[in-house]
Design a protein around this ligand. Sequence first.
Ligand code: DGJ
Length: 720
Amino acid sequence: MGIRIEGNLFYIQSKEMSMIIENKEGDLLLRHIGGKIAKYHGSNAILEKDHAFSGNPTPDNRTFSYDTQRQVFGVHGFGDFRQPSLKIAHANNELTQFKLTSSEILNGANEATGLPNPHSTEDAETLVLTLEDKVAALELKLYYTAYADCSTISTHAEVRNLSDKAVVINRVLSTMLDVPASAYDVVTLQGAYAREKTVRRQKVEQGIFTVASNRGASGHSHTPAMILCEHTATEDAGQALALQLLYSGNFQAFVQKNQLNEVRLGIGINDDNFAWQLSAGDSFETPVALLTFSNHGLGKLTQESQLFIQDHIMPKQFAHAERPILINNWEATYFNFKKEKLLDLADEASKLGIELFVLDDGWFGNRFDDNRALGDWVVNEEKLGGPLNDLIAEVHAKGLKFGLWFEPEMISVDSDLYRAHPDWAIQAEGRGHTYSRNQLVLNLANPDVVAYIKAAIDKILTENTIDYVKWDYNRNITNIGNGDTYLATQMQSHDYMLGLYDLVSYLTEKHSNILFESCSGGGGRNDLGMMRYFPQVWASDNTDAISRLPIQYGSSYLHPTISMGSHVSASPNHQMGRTTPIETRGNVAMMGNLGYELDLTSLPESDKEVIAAQVAYYKEIRPVIQFGKQYRLINPEEGSNEAAVQFVYEDKVVVTYVRTLSTIEIIETTLKLKGLEEEALYCLQGTDQVYSGAELMYAGLIAILPQGDYLSKQYYFVKQ
Ligand code: DGJ
């Protein structure tokens, strides 16, 4: 069973992972998190010693201090000087000392009310640990779910005010873990607009290393995730633990090494702009966090995380459904289009075998540029040459599905919506606005605003035959206040997130046949909170194939490949000005969900022939990329001139190799394939050449490219 209670030990057992917590006189101590252990006997117990300057809760035992104990959810203010998990202002202090009062085991997964949750399975079990601080009159519940099919544990916390007075939560993490002193590295996904999710690995040193967002969205610059691995861990060996948060707003994730080299990890909502008033009797639930473990290096950690997200986070109807190959008109036309141009594009796309036509920004209200009309979700029939459904019918008649762009959370000052409801924009009284892309953010903490957006988007999705929605979000939140004084207390970023999850769960459940893609100027909100509702993400506005190599490497480091939209665009590229062969643009985009975003009507015939062949070939390999196991062969890290990635699904194997710049000598790179059957024979498609799995893995495959920049090659094997 997933959860076991034996004496004073709690065992939380997922597929190949254990978490073991001890109840020591009411204090919860973390004895182990990592590889599976059936029975624990205290082999890694800390040395009971009097540590100078660490406080002792009792006078008769100088060897016990909260400062040196490995805890889950540390006691706060009693001599533990590390980062706290909780800070609650009650009476006239922030001290909390919770002691365990009861435990129970529930069937199914833990669920945080109003927030994104993992899908449960029949064999999932949840341990609920209930603690109480009698002085503060507060209750704390910690939830830990074990899954039999994945090496992941999900967890969250809930605080209840048992007193008759309001208290204020100034900090509450979703989870906190203390792990033994050792040499660790921390891996995070960092970046900026148009260079999202750069994989960054560094040694954990004494002090605190944090990644966070205070933008009201998870943001382009950090991802709500942190990996702790052994300093010696490689792609294929060593232990690694990933923490991820199912949340799309302000977050923090930290690793702290203290003076004794013990290491504390935590992840949760950012304290910034968070001071949650908890009335008497009320409770507050944190977002859910995921803990994923690998005993076989970072490559296996990726596979385990991808597996959990595909099976337990993504909307079920899309998790294992092939994604259509699309054409998006954004980089083909920007705002400059009429019906005829759109139909010409659709016509060309249909001839090339493309399956979905996406109409991007500019189809509604007075939206002739990006300065106006956000909020006015009314079809511009002049631009579309008539009702939207007529255009859709013509696109459908060409054998293409139809997708539409929205940016529902925003409002332009030049819009009918703003003229009617200027107070619906987030703003603080007497302060004016701060603009970004000349737009403002709607206050989703106000139910009237959420009701308006629900109705406006629902109307378009109900009245028109739409197969796909691209949901954009093109600025971050500033001037936090209540324009309409709706809330009694100060509006907070977390209020916004609760409104957002209400909105997206309503629309995605009501229109469950529509494939939703999330976007925030590319990957500005590429997190598991959004992925719970939107199974696809536009990974970056940077469509240059070479810039995409590190972006796609990082975007699929923890998230499944099937979540990643990836497009072939024009050359020279609009963001980078780089000229790249159409073959390489295709090969790179085929490492995700393939799409095209360029003016197909103005391409030379030779490019169209290549695109038609790419589309036909991608339809053959699509299940391998979207449902297969990913193996990284060469990582496109800083300074690397090459990248190679492999996918294996059933009897098929796809390997993509890219070399950035030409070299003076032809260098033969040997790609040692992974995850094959040693004895099986694999036939290289397009040739009669057959190799054994052992040969491909141990002797390797020589990848040779002619001289020239930005060249690539794809190998496709089928097992005989
Ligand atoms: C930002 C997106 O990332 C682009 O793909 C495009 O949809 C524009 N917004 C449209 O305004």
